[in-house]
Structure formats: structure tokens, C-alpha cells
Design a binder for this molecule. Structure first.
Ligand code: FES
Length: 135
């Protein structure tokens, strides 16, 4: 039996998780992974080094979750974050790390069930990859 529980770091935009909703969503996460939620003012503020830092400090997967296209409160932050996710996936691949360990998700707070299932599906994929080992 596989008892591996991946550490999943979720960088989450503040505007996609109003107070109260965060706890309700987290209670619906599967217990087959360890979520570490880090709230930001906007995904555009997530420096790529934060993502690398999360992997270096033990994350098996990193999810960047922000406002849908056109709904960023800072206009273009989510577009910037989306580009960074794509570029970071290429860099991870160059480093020999499965790019599937990083994902961007762009859903509004009103779509809490979709957010929960997106997080759970991502955790399942990371779990299937196994623990991240860095050389
Ligand atoms: Fe949510 Fe920019 S304010 S992604």
C-alpha cells in the first residue's frame, strides 16, 4: 500500500478566497495530501523564486491559483502569473523535474466546488508521480 502523502503548496490569490470560504474549501480537500496554503495579494506578485523555494523546502507539487482571465484586481497579474507558470514548467523540465508538479488554476471564488476538485485532481497527479527528490 502506498502511504505517500505529497506536500502541496498552494499559492492562492486573496481575491479568490474570501474569509470563511477558505476553511470550507480546505475541509473538502482529500486527506491523501498535505496542503500548505499561502495567500497572496495577487498571483502576479508570486516571484518565480517562491516556486523554486517551495520545491527546495519540500513541496512535491506547487499550485498557483488566481482570478480568471479578465478578472484580476490588478488587471494583468494573472496573465503575468500564467506566463511565469509556463516558463517555470520549461525550467523545471530542464532541471529534470516533472513539469506536471506545477500547475496554474484560474477560477473565481464563486466556483468553490471546481476549485476544490481542481486541487484534489492536481494532488492525485502529484501523488502518482511520487515524492520529489532533488539532487
Ligand atoms: Fe487575483 Fe490578480 S487579483 S490574480
Amino acid at each position: 500500500m502506498n502511504d505517500f502523502k505529497p506536500n502541496i503548496v498552494i499559492f492562492r490569490c486573496n481575491f479568490c478566497s474570501p474569509p470563511g470560504a477558505e476553511r470550507a474549501m480546505a475541509s473538502k480537500f482529500k486527506d491523501s495530501f498535505r496542503p500548505i496554503v499561502i495567500k497572496t495579494s495577487c498571483t502576479g506578485r508570486i516571484d518565480p523564486t517562491f516556486v523554486f523555494g517551495a520545491f527546495v523546502k519540500g513541496a512535491d507539487g506547487v499550485l498557483v491559483a488566481g482570478c480568471p482571465p479578465g478578472d484580476c484586481h490588478y488587471v494583468t497579474g494573472n496573465y503575468k502569473a500564467g506566463r511565469n507558470v509556463l516558463l517555470l514548467k520549461r525550467v523545471l523540465s530542464q532541471l529534470g523535474i516533472e513539469p506536471e508538479r506545477l500547475m496554474g488554476s484560474w477560477l473565481p471564488a464563486s466556483e468553490a466546488p471546481k476549485i476544490v476538485s481542481s486541487v484534489n485532481e492536481f494532488a492525485d497527479k502529484v501523488s502518482a508521480l511520487g515524492p520529489l527528490t532533488l539532487n
